[in-house]
Design a binder for this molecule. Structure first.
Ligand SMILES: NC(=O)c1ccc[n+]([C@@H]2O[C@H](COP(=O)([O-])OP(=O)(O)OC[C@H]3O[C@@H](n4cnc5c(N)ncnc54)[C@H](OP(=O)(O)O)[C@@H]3O)[C@@H](O)[C@H]2O)c1
Length: 313
């Protein structure tokens, strides 16, 4: 495994992390033993960065992650990032939610507390929740503050609310198909030393190449109504998967590993979710080698040529 500096924090994290949304009803891994085996395999492969959130199974994911790290005696050396929901951003709720997350994780301090999404519907002033988070840093409940799904302007405003600390990371949807983050966010993050974390780095499994547009399973998980899985979109995405396969063949890697490597090469930290040890072991092998500049460009060009639409009904 290779490690990199996490923004300006001084933390060293593996170049690929583990997404723990899978340990919830949304993806179906509710069984603690399977979650623990998956986490154990991640640690064994050198992954030391785990992303979870209060809303993942309403605490199930945090509880599983915390318990597994305790039982595997791996809390020390593992960086845990969790999230306070965008619905709970009134100052008092931020404090209460963070304490509950800390309790579920069973840790003294949460390494990175991210605002899961901005308070889109509730008009909570930005400085109200950012200052509440800053208070939690001072109190030692959390170590660092991150945001997720913030547009650049709001991220900038959020940073201006802080006087003794800064936002260290931004977590956004970013994969070879969905690249909106490249327009404003990535350049801003780069200029400001803010770490970008890529969620859905495998486009929820599509970039692994295991799904065929003519034989799509009937998903009963978060993908049931995901527009990316509309047959017209999947059909187009297969062109990209074909290129991932060809490049992967040259490097002795799978399409999914190439898709993750493309993100890693760009300096972001992908956090692929895994439903079992085999998947996490495979995802860890996206590190330690690199596609060439030409290969990266070829993938970006094919991606540019896709005409994906979310208007599917
Ligand atoms: N901040 C946010 O708002 C936000 C939003 C979404 C996600 N996230 C975070 O990002 C993480 C990852 O995103 P995601 O779960 O949406 O999607 P993802 O990582 O793109 O895809 C995960 C899915 O792909 C399949 N998969 C993973 N590794 C595989 C492998 N090696 N071989 C074959 N299939 C594999 C699995 O599903 P199947 O086996 O069923 O195909 C798995 O559930 C989450 O766990 C969460 O921590 C954050």
């Amino acid at each position: 495994m290779e490690y990199r500096a996490f923004g300006k924090t001084g933390l060293k994290v593996s170049r690929v992390g583990l997404g723990a949304w899978q340990f919830s009803d949304a993806w179906g891994v509710m069984d603690y033993d399977l979650a623990k085996k998956t986490i154990a395999a991640a640690l064994e492969a050198g992954i030391n960065f785990i992303d979870t959130a209060a809303v993942y199974g309403r605490g199930t994911s945090e509880t599983h992650v915390g318990k597994a790290l305790r039982e595997l005696r791996a809390r020390e050396g593992t960086v845990i990032a969790t999230k306070v929901p965008g619905d709970l951003l009134r100052a008092g709720d931020v404090v209460k939610a963070a304490r509950k997350s800390r309790e579920r994780l069973g840790v003294d301090v949460i390494d990175i507390m991210q605002v899961h999404w901005p308070p889109c519907w509730y008009n909570v002033p930005t400085c109200e929740y950012m200052k509440a988070l800053e208070g939690l840093v001072k109190e030692g409940v959390i170590r660092y503050i991150g945001v997720s799904n913030f547009p650049v302007k709001l991220l900038e405003e959020a940073r201006q609310c802080l006087s003794t600390t800064d936002v260290v990371s931004t977590q956004n949807r970013y994969n070879l198909i969905e690249r909106e983050a490249e327009k404003e966010l990535l350049p801003y993050a780069e200029r400001n030393g803010i770490q970008v974390i890529a969620w859905s780095p495998l486009a929820k499994g599509l970039l692994t190449g295991k799904y065929n547009p003519d034989d799509l399973p009937r998903f009963s998980d978060v993908r049931a109504n995901d527009p990316l899985y509309a047959p017209d979109n999947v059909r187009q995405i297969m062109r990209l998967v074909q290129a991932l396969r060809e490049i992967g063949d040259k490097h002795g890697r799978t399409p999914g590993q190439v898709a993750l490597n493309w993100l890693i090469k760009a300096g972001v930290i992908p956090i692929p979710g895994a439903k079992g040890p085999e998947q996490v072991i495979s995802n860890a092998a996206s590190v330690g080698w690199s596609i060439s500049d030409d290969e990266a460009r070829r993938l970006a060009e094919i991606s540019d040529s896709l005409n994906i639409s979310y208007v599917t009904w």
